[in-house]
Design a protein around this ligand. Structure first.
Ligand code: TMP
Length: 237
């Protein structure tokens, strides 16, 4: 499968057309941004790690009954995926307080919840990805009520499956963001990526941050953290 026209270039990925109208090639970059693009940098080796980690995790989820866009890894940085139209929602599942949740509600990072907390943001850079609820999403026609119910159920299932995967590597899945897309026939599938860019991953023993917060917060050791979680994941599968 060969890359054809560049269809889209985002902050961390490029998406190309292929000869098959239903398939696209995603190419992961080492570029990193935070705070809606205000902070820019490079994380050497990130593209390859995010590509391979996302593929390993999506293949695992697919086996466990979650439909995904993943088709086949083409090379260390590039993957063949099914063409979807992205549902413009960032679907965030939180197991412990951290990040914007801690800031917004004044709760210490690491505070546990009884049950996971799911939230939606409207995927819209101009508006700064504002938080929204099901009624808002339906009012804005971002997704139907049925789709929102499916997305919510998948996201919570994904959380349980990924929590177990990461626990077996000595890593706590603090929170993560996923995106869903619609195939040509309307079926909702998991899309985008699952990587240290989109998850908070803390060492279970020391609490050390092993994800993009090292970049966002200038903690140093960014490349090392990405390599370490990737090695731990490979070692556990
Ligand atoms: P938050 O606490 O900053 O809202 O982030 C929640 C989770 O979502 C965290 O695991 C990081 C991830 N995330 C993204 O994948 N993309 C983003 O643009 C943001 C803000 C967060």
């Amino acid at each position: 499968m060969e890359k054809q026209a560049l269809l889209y270039e985002g902050k961390a990925k490029k998406v190309y057309a292929t000869q098959d109208p239903e398939l696209l090639i995603v190419s992961y970059k080492d570029d990193a941004t935070a705070f809606n693009g205000l902070k820019k940098g490079t994380i050497r080796g990130k593209g390859a790690i995010n590509n391979q980690m996302s593929n390993l995790l999506m293949a695992r989820l697919e086996k466990q009954g979650i439909p995904t866009h993943f088709v086949r890894e083409l090379n260390p940085r590039e993957t063949l995926v099914k063409r979807v139209s992205i549902v413009p929602l960032e679907v965030i599942v939180r197991n412990l307080a951290a990040g914007s949740f801690s800031k917004r509600y004044g709760v210490e990072e690491g505070t546990p919840f009884g049950k996971p907390a799911l939230e939606f943001s409207y995927k819209n850079d101009e508006l700064g990805d504002p938080l929204l609820n099901d009624d808002h999403a339906a009012a804005l026609k971002l997704a139907t009520r049925e789709e929102l119910a499916v997305i919510r159920a998948y996201a919570l299932q994904i959380n349980e499956l990924l929590r177990a995967v990461w626990a077996s590597c000595g890593v706590v899945l603090v929170d993560f963001k996923v995106e869903f897309g619609r195939l040509a026939g309307g079926t909702v599938v998991l899309a985008d990526e699952i990587s240290p860019d989109t998850c908070r991953l803390w060492d279970a023993r020391t609490g050390e941050k092993l994800d993009k917060d090292r970049f966002r917060r200038d903690l140093g050791g960014v490349e090392e953290a990405y390599c370490q979680v990737m090695e731990r994941l490979r070692g556990s599968l």
